[in-house]
Design a protein around this ligand. Structure first.
Ligand SMILES: Nc1ncnc2c1ncn2[C@@H]1O[C@H](COP(=O)(O)OP(=O)(O)O)[C@@H](O)[C@H]1O
Ligand SMILES: [Mg+2]
Length: 208
């Protein structure tokens, strides 16, 4: 699934570099956006399949520090926050866990992606990792619109989006987060942020 979509994306990008009539340029831009969405969706479906508990995929945890793992992509996240004028802050303290590093990063990325997508311009988003009372956590908090209480249990279901949510998502990000947490014996909590505003999602792991 990934190879033909990568080929499609490459071809569309090549076409974008050619001189095109205004009408064709618009079509190519739409094709480009659609190819990117399709590639993203297929990646999410593959991740979901990989972490589906009904799939026998051996769990191969290693010692990893949540804070260190998330340091690596900070520049990308900052760039993305800048384009939306969001004040993105990091409070990354040591948080040693046993886990599959790629999936731990994927889970945190999905939370950050949501915070940066759904928080309006000028908002504040904070990524935290740390350890307290034998529990290591990764947490993303924003001061955006929040998730209504009646929706909080449902947003972790596959393909579920809160009514009125716009933008290209398919409702899979939090379902992936939930499966990754489950695979790691971690618990997920979702609530309002500080002062009762916005959203805070935390994953809590037994410390390694
Ligand atoms: N930080 C957030 N602030 C407001 N709404 C959110 C936030 N995170 C998730 N949501 C809501 O939960 C829904 C499900 O999120 P997710 O599973 O990541 O799917 P997607 O982002 O593709 O819609 C979103 O469509 C949105 O309605
Ligand atoms: Mg999402």
């Amino acid at each position: 699934m990934r190879t033909p979509l990568a080929a499609l994306q490459a071809q569309v990008e090549a076409a974008r570099g050619e001189p095109l009539s205004p009408a064709l340029a618009r079509t190519v831009e739409q094709l480009h956006a659609a190819a990117k969405r399709a590639a993203h969706l297929s990646r999410q479906l593959l991740t979901l399949a990989a972490v589906d508990p009904s799939v026998e995929r051996p769990y191969t945890p290693q010692r990893a520090d949540l804070g260190e793992l998330l340091q690596r992509d900070l520049a990308d996240w900052i760039a993305r926050a800048d384009t939306r004028r969001i004040d993105l802050g990091f409070e990354l303290a040591a948080a040693p866990v046993q886990g599959e590093p790629e999936l731990l990063v994927e889970a945190a990325s999905n939370l950050l992606d949501n915070a940066l997508t759904y928080t309006p311009q000028g908002g504040v988003v904070t990524l935290r990792t740390g350890r307290r009372d034998g529990i290591c956590y990764v947490e993303v908090e924003d001061d955006g619109p929040g998730i209504p209480e009646a929706e909080r249990a449902h947003v972790f279901e596959r393909f579920h989006r809160v009514k009125g949510t716009s933008g290209p998502g398919a409702g899979l990000g939090l379902a992936i987060v939930r499966e990754i947490a489950h695979r790691h014996g971690a618990s997920v909590s979702l609530g309002a942020g500080s002062g009762g505003r916005g959203t805070r999602v935390s994953l809590s792991f037994p410390a390694a």
